[in-house]
Design a protein around this ligand. Sequence first.
Ligand SMILES: Cc1cc2nc3c(=O)[nH]c(=O)nc-3n(C[C@H](O)[C@H](O)[C@H](O)COP(=O)(O)OP(=O)(O)OC[C@H]3O[C@@H](n4cnc5c(N)ncnc54)[C@H](O)[C@@H]3O)c2cc1C
Ligand code: FES
Ligand code: FES
Length: 467
Amino acid sequence: MKPIRFSLNGKPVEAQCRADMTVLEWLRGEALLRGTKEGCAEGDCGACSVLVKNSGGKASRYLPTNSCILLMGQMQGATLMTVEGLAELGEAGHAIQNEMAINGASQCGFCTPGIVVALAGLLEAKKAPSESEIHDALAGNLCRCTGYRPIVEAAQKAAKSVAPRLPSAKIADSDHEAGSDESRFLLPTDLKSLLKLKKQHPEAVLLAGGTDLALDVSHARARWPLAIVTRKVEELRGIEKSKTHITFGAAVTWAEMLPMVEKHWPSFATLIRRFGSVQIRSMGTLGGNLGTASPIGDGAPSLLALGAEITLARHGKSRTLPLSDYFTGYRKTLRREDEIIESVSIPLPRKGEDFRVYKISKRYDQDISTVCGAFWVSRKAGKVEQARIAFGGMAAVPARCASAEIALVGTSLDEPAFEAASAAIAASFTPMSDMRGTADYRAKVAANLVCRFAQDLEGDIVEVMAL
Ligand SMILES: Cc1cc2nc3c(=O)[nH]c(=O)nc-3n(C[C@H](O)[C@H](O)[C@H](O)COP(=O)(O)OP(=O)(O)OC[C@H]3O[C@@H](n4cnc5c(N)ncnc54)[C@H](O)[C@@H]3O)c2cc1C
Ligand code: FES
Ligand code: FES
């Protein structure tokens, strides 16, 4: 047994439990802190939100996270704040707690602790958030009875009062192992150790943020005797910019990627802001997204269209390949069993290049794509030299559409060129029908996105909306 050491509401704790127990289960069942609620147990409703400050990586502040899909082994060396901890701040708790009460922002109250936590996280990051930033912070928190207007007003009022700072408690973080004999997490801090552990324990679960994998625990009641966590591996947490590329380590979270992506590929940043919720983006990683090899994952289409390369590593060896070679079949890739994703490298944009990505989903926020289409062209003297067009949700793998790319090359992106590309897309894919959309709908939407791209290049459409 290796106790899990972390800071809880400003005090150090040592939890003696299975590493694969959810933080929500531990809080409610062991710590008897029952302010944090369970709604969906799959990261969708936000009732279980807690604030987590992780050691390692760039995240040096508290971030709202879903405790229903966060596992105790991931807490080793972290700092955790619950709604009870917020209530103990200052003389009367956190400003947002008071404003929620005074402003009539809570009726049945089930969602309230999660909403308080999400807004406390926002106010920690932004002293005067705009209305749209408040809505963005609440995208992962469902309230069924009060309605969001009084909640947003409470946030605006709380932003005007002097909110007590959240404690910056630090915890000694030297343990590279945590949990019980039944379930143990290994937490290496460098790539060499990670790869060695992967070789020694091929049966271990490889865990990044857990926003995909931990649903197996919270929903399917999976039990993990051993997991290797990537979060603390320094080489996987870096963002490096060279003259030609930006390289993101596989354990970089979507929240950490956002500022750099915003600077170079604003359209990709718009997509990332619609990736799950603040809670999901705090934990979910780029490597985890490509690791799932999901045909509807939101990372792949943009990365394919931007011409990204992926680096895979195993004990003593690494190799880099175009991302377009990586996906080989439904949830199948070229990655060997003993390899991990080390990083993803994207060429920096150059003059004459244009990139747009469109996520089509039933809801704007917190929804999986029905179709995601990404378009990149490079032009010289008004003519297209190269084009890359990639889709998610159209085949068993995220895929480029070579015939549509060919239809654009050499043209001046006039109407006939776009029509030819649109026809090529319609002819190239046989998508499936599911609850998100019929095959026919997907085929039409994907083909029409070419027109959207054309209008965007003309400057006709500014904002990306859900259809
Ligand atoms: C409520 C909710 C909303 C979501 N919304 C979206 C969305 O809008 N768009 C979207 O695309 N996805 C979404 N997801 C899915 C998920 O959040 C993302 O795929 C995320 O990027 C996964 O990253 P992770 O670090 O949490 O992966 P994990 O769950 O830790 O791992 C996922 C898989 O990748 C493997 N893996 C992790 N790291 C590596 C590595 N370095 N090398 C090799 N394999 C690795 C794991 O072994 C596992 O098989 C959502 C999930 C939830 C619960
Ligand atoms: S219980 Fe719904 S997000 Fe965790
Ligand atoms: S107050 Fe009842 S769900 Fe929000």
